[in-house]
Design a protein around this ligand. Structure first.
Ligand code: FNR
Length: 347
């Protein structure tokens, strides 16, 4: 029977346990060069010491115009590889496996990054800016930027990448009819809306080494749970190795509704429902607080991995403590200062 503490072999990578640290950015630690700082290295080293099985390193921008903030980590310039390789190094030296999340914010690039953010279609944003609808040539250019980013992640020593396809960012914007109003081959039918991601996967599969893990974070409820699951099936067929299910773009009325007795969040429910339809390993996330909860999920084979984000920020020894039967800090609202607060409050 699998356990939270049992190994998992993905391709030729031995992941020492089923705990994943999901990607979490900290904008305070870098500057507009997008390079890794000593703070980043200390932060990730702690999770290596804490024996997290698989660490997904925070959203790293593939282009300057695709940033979520001016100080987000980046991988658009070869000079950024050296710092990123230090993070892969400290994780690998402690036995954690690592994926680098590669990211394009699309219409979520703030004013300080883009006066005309890139998106599938032209529309007005709440702050009055108008998006730039990508041309076919620009789409190909962005897919190439993702490939260059993936190749650099490999050069930097990561075991793989995670494509950020969730949370309303560019790839998720293509999937959703709420943001994709195109009338060409990239819009309209579900198949067309998925074309951006499919072409990207073909490009990556054709150019990356066989043993390099291609993970994908999917907004599993985009635009509904049923269609989100269909998309996951297609992603599996396209050769995604690991699917990390989180939230995507949907109307409030279409949000998945777990049965009343379901003990976790609707996002975890979305991940578990998706897993039932797939053969590749799945990561569920959102609101998992204790190793006991994680163990129950893995033992019942409701997921292959559990991701714990805020839990690992407040308690980097989460998995070691779980294994030793010691309590962890289960606080989801404790917010380490770097990540949330700019007004000096502490948790
Ligand atoms: C996040 N999250 C996130 N997601 C993502 O795909 N890329 C990212 O870079 C970030 N950045 C980020 C920063 C911070 C400070 C937090 C708290 C969250 C979302 C994160 O990966 C995860 O899905 C959520 O935190 C929910 O999991 P927990 O915290 O309930 O275990």
């Amino acid at each position: 029977m699998p356990s939270l503490y049992s190994e998992y072999t993905l391709k030729e990578h031995l992941i020492p346990n089923r705990l994943v640290m999901p990607p979490m950015v900290c904008f305070n630690w870098s500057d507009d060069t997008g390079r890794v700082s000593d703070e980043h290295i200390r932060h990730y080293e702690k999770r290596g010491i804490g024996q997290v099985g698989l660490v997904v390193v925070e959203a790293t921008a593939i282009s300057k115009i695709g940033r979520l903030a001016p100080s987000q980590l980046g991988i658009w310039d070869h000079k950024q590889v050296e710092g990123l390789s230090k993070i892969a190094g400290v994780l690998g030296s402690r036995g954690s496996k690592s994926l680098l999340q590669i990211h394009h914010a699309g219409d979520k690039a703030p004013k300080s990054v883009a006066s005309e953010p890139l998106a599938p279609s032209r529309y007005e944003l709440p702050d009055g800016r108008i998006t730039k609808a990508l041309t076919r040539g620009e789409i190909k250019g962005i897919q190439k930027e993702f490939l260059v980013a993936a190749l650099r992640a490999e050069e930097a020593g990561y075991d793989g990448i995670e494509i950020h396809g969730a949370h309303g960012y560019l790839i998720n914007q293509f999937l959703s009819p709420l943001t994709n109003h195109r009338e060409d081959a990239y819009g309209g039918s579900p198949e067309n809306r998925l074309r951006f991601a499919k072409e990207l996967l073909t490009l990556l599969k054709g150019n990356l080494p066989e043993n390099f893990i291609i993970g994908y974070r999917h907004g599993g409820n985009t635009p509904t749970l049923a269609e989100g699951i269909e998309i996951s099936r297609e992603l599996e067929q396209m050769g995604v190795d690991l699917l990390h299910i989180s939230a995507g773009i949907a109307e409030e009325k279409d949000l998945p509704k777990p049965p009343e007795s379901f003990p976790y969040s609707w996002i975890v429910y979305t991940g578990m429902e998706t897993k039932k339809a797939l053969n590749i390993p799945v990561v569920v996330v959102n609101g998992i607080r204790t190793p006991e909860e994680g163990e129950a999920i893995i033992k019942k084979e409701l997921s292959d991995f559990v991701a714990v984000g805020r839990g690992l920020l407040v308690d980097s020894k989460w998995i070691i403590k779980g294994e030793q039967g010691q309590p962890v800090n289960p606080c989801l609202r404790c917010k380490p200062r770097c990540f949330y607060l700019t007004d000096g409050r502490k948790c």
